[in-house]
Design a protein around this ligand. Structure first.
Ligand SMILES: [Zn+2]
Length: 465
């Protein structure tokens, strides 16, 4: 495809300066935070693009926040008036983020991204490279966890947090050893080496590991006769069952709920929900066109409950905490082009964000805690176009499925939203030096880890002096 003339970009950039609510904006608050964050909580909607967020908001509230109509031939960018309906849409820092990996597109080109609908579909990052970038600040190749492109080990913010005495954890709605949580607790050239990854995570410094991947249950929360060690090695499973690790093993829904209520909170936790691959997304009974939550749900804890339990464990550490919460199955619905379950998963993720915000405001404060809500990439190329792919707003009404369509079964290279509030959020905003003609200021996924490393250090000074 030929490149569009530069006039289009210049015009679009000019138009981007006139945007209204809902567009990417940076509203830097007066409060400064020289000491940086004591606590960092990073919530990642896996595969959650701008339109995924708005699809769930349409269903929940009948509102959208970041809808755009873009016509590159005419050189026009129209931002629809937006309504903030999710708690993170009130955060002071709202920017876009590029997600490319070291061996994919290896770039984000704002002009091409908005002049050729197909360009964005090729060469996208996978969740391993994206997770590694978010966790370590280093770009790597697709499929690789916690190593740079040369194979050298790189330190994650979770590992650094543990080194400086903080409690650390990961919580996800998909298997705990899947790419995103594994990016914070493993170093492996092959994301598919799930046994090696699970062994490393369980033996490693993370104080809390919670997710799906139970060897004795199917996707409908039903016991199976023969264990399936798909996501967890049999040796680690046996060690956990025999009490040969320092971790308290929790699997019952009632026990997770008690922990979320502050009862029987352990020092170190390995929580495995009684489902095979996802909390809810892979359960039986999916009917496209059904409304979200119409199909009976598995009786397992919600992502929000798991998040509250994790916070109750981690807050026992006086030195602070690092927690990553992943809405992992948002991505799985994108790959499957499942509109109904995409909304369910994004709504569940929204509730987890609310749990975190409540925790900050009751147990901590915005002066000591940084909360970041973002995605690792977009999945499914969700758009409001009904036939030919164009950049068309999605529409809909509360309680209904939106008017939207999937244009990919894979990841895309488009910018994703990032929302931040609290200690260090000004610094994070200052990294957003890129300018996109539609989304405005953007930073890169490697910038997220920089905030924590800036205040916690990247390694101990003794080793470099
Ligand atoms: Zn992903």
């Amino acid at each position: 495809m030929p490149r569009r003339p530069a006039r289009w970009l210049a015009l679009a950039l000019a138009l981007a300066g006139t945007v209204t609510a809902g567009a990417a904006v940076v509203l830097v608050t007066a409060a400064q935070d020289p000491a940086g964050p004591e606590n960092v909580i990073l919530l990642i909607g896996d595969g959650m693009g701008y339109n995924h967020v708005d699809a769930a908001s349409l269903y929940e509230h009948g509102t959208t926040y970041a809808q755009v109509a873009v016509d590159p031939a005419a050189g026009t960018v129209e931002h629809l008036p937006g309504t903030a309906s999710q708690v993170f849409q009130h955060f002071p820092v709202q920017v876009a983020m590029s997600t490319f990996s070291a061996d994919g597109r290896a770039e984000y080109d704002p002009e091409r991204a908005w002049s050729d609908f197909g360009w964005i579909s090729e060469g996208a990052t996978d969740s391993a490279a994206a997770g590694t970038a978010l966790a370590t600040g280093v770009k790597t190749n697709n499929g690789v966890l916690g190593l740079d492109p040369s194979g050298a080990r790189v330190t994650s913010v979770a590992e650094r947090a543990a080194e400086v005495g903080k409690a650390t954890g990961v919580v996800t709605s998909v298997p705990f050893s899947h790419a995103t949580p594994a990016s914070f607790g493993a170093h492996n050239a092959t994301r598919g080496d799930l046994h090696g990854i699970s062994d490393e995570m369980i033996a490693g410094p993370l104080d809390v590991i919670v997710g799906a991947g139970h060897p004795l249950y199917d996707d409908d929360h039903q016991p199976i006769g023969t264990p399936r060690f798909d996501y967890l090695s049999e040796s680690s499973w046996n060690a956990l069952q025999d009490g040969r690790t320092s971790r308290t093993f929790v699997e019952d829904t009632a026990d997770f709920e008690a922990m979320a209520a502050g009862q029987d909170v352990p020092e170190q936790l390995f929580g495995l929900t009684q489902v095979a691959s996802t909390l809810q997304q892979a359960r039986s009974g999916h009917v496209e066109g059904a409304l979200p939550f119409d199909v009976a749900r598995n009786d397992v804890p919600s992502l929000a409950t798991l998040t509250q339990g994790a916070l109750n464990v981690l807050e026992q550490d006086e030195e602070g905490l690092f927690l990553m919460v992943e809405g992992g199955a948002i991505d799985w619905t994108g790959h499957a082009n499942e509109t109904t379950r995409n909304i369910e998963e994004t709504v569940d993720f929204n509730r987890a964000v609310e749990t975190v915000v409540d925790w900050v405001e009751t147990e901590s404060s915005w002066d000591e805690t940084l909360v970041i809500v973002t995605a690792d990439h977009e999945t499914g190329y969700l758009d409001g176009s009904q036939s030919d792919p164009t950049w068309t707003p999605i529409t809909g009404a509360e309680g209904q499925l939106p008017n939207e369509k999937w244009f990919s079964g894979n990841h895309t290279n488009q910018l994703v939203p990032l929302f931040a509030k609290g200690a260090g959020s000004d610094l994070l905003a200052s990294y957003a030096t890129g300018t996109d003609p539609v989304r405005g200021a953007y930073l890169d996924n490697t910038d997220v880890a920089r905030v924590a490393f800036e205040s916690w250090g990247h390694e101990d000074a003794a080793t470099s002096s």
